[in-house]
Design a binder for this molecule. Structure first.
Ligand SMILES: C[S@@+](CC[C@H](N)C(=O)[O-])C[C@H]1O[C@@H](n2cnc3c(N)ncnc32)[C@H](O)[C@@H]1O
Length: 289
């Protein structure tokens, strides 16, 4: 029995360690000769725990690298396309984790980019990136997004200062209680400056398999994914958000040559449809009033 088994402390000590895991996946991609992006800070940010989590979780559920890489590329595209449309002077990345887009993407120097995450994660990131120069104006806010009053105050303040804001929740909502996601959707809709919201969504049919494959001894039962709404992106319509773009992770994986499921040729039409919707990257726009 290893030292960690003996102490019974999971490798993923809390939800913020999933950010180290994600950073490690980006580091692995960055070292490929045919890398789809180069995140030169990812390895440093992942620390020792990032690769250890990937190695341990890989045993229970297969590698996470491809799906994380496909998500990163898809969000890069959704973000850059939205910025190119105009009307956005602020990006608010809720649960930014160890994402380094302000250091990696060709962003306008006057763009305000606000990263929100839990206090320990923010302190760690501030420390790791103290000497790095971002392409735009980066700020970090330490906040528990599940705390309704503090979240509303922050969103109202960000929105009040912005001409137009793009909000990101990448790798966040699946870990939240549905009441928190619902409240967040209403809070964002209540601040007119928030024009577009990008998120990833899990299909409810996939949730039990993800939960089952989640190796709880390594992951810690508190962190098991739980939010996967019926209707996918249309769930958010009732709160004032219209689905505009929807990218299938499985299709995008095929396109990018980073498979996140079986190859198309191995599947029946019914299976193709199931894989197409199992995990999606969604652009929601404020509904016209
Ligand atoms: C899977 S990571 C994703 C990080 C980043 N968006 C990315 O794609 O690499 C989940 C992130 O959500 C953050 N998080 C989870 N619950 C949170 C909460 N209640 N308040 C703020 N951040 C939270 C964690 O600290 C972690 O950084």
């Amino acid at each position: 029995m290893s030292e960690r088994d003996a102490s019974r402390s999971p490798l993923i000590r809390d939800i913020s360690d999933t950010a180290r895991w994600a950073a490690w996946c980006r580091a692995v991609e960055s070292e490929r000769p045919d890398a789809l992006f180069r995140d030169s800070l990812a390895k440093r940010l992942a620390g020792e725990r990032g690769p250890a989590i990937e190695e341990a979780m890989n045993k229970g559920r297969g590698s996470t690298v491809s799906s994380l890489v496909v998500r990163t590329v898809a969000f890069d595209k959704l973000i850059m396309n939205r910025l190119a449309e105009g009307g956005i002077d602020t990006v608010v990345n809720l649960a930014a984790g160890l994402d380094t887009r302000p250091y990696r993407l060709a962003l306008p120097a006057n763009l305000r980019w606000v990263e929100v995450d839990l206090p320990d994660l923010i302190a760690y990131k501030d420390d790791c990136l103290a000497d790095e120069q971002a392409a735009c104006q980066v700020e970090r806010v330490a906040l528990d997004l599940a705390q309704a009053e503090a979240r509303r105050r922050l969103l109202a303040s960000m929105g009040g200062q912005a001409g137009g804001a793009l909000v990101l929740t990448e790798g966040l909502v699946l870990y939240l209680d549905s009441e928190v996601v619902t409240d967040m959707a209403k809070d964002l809709a209540n601040v007119p400056a928030f024009r577009t919201w990008l998120m990833d969504l899990l299909h409810p049919g996939l949730l039990p398999f993800v939960v089952q494959s989640w190796n709880t001894q390594e992951a810690g039962s508190a962190n098991v994914p739980k939010f996967a709404p019926e209707g996918g992106a249309t769930y958010f319509q009732q709160f004032g958000w219209t689905s505009r773009d929807c990218i299938s992770a499985w299709e995008e994986g095929e396109r990018l040559n980073r498979l996140v499921g079986p190859p198309r040729a191995a599947l029946s039409d019914t299976q193709i449809e199931a894989f197409r919707v199992m995990n999606t990257y969604v652009r929601l726009d404020r509904a016209a009033t």
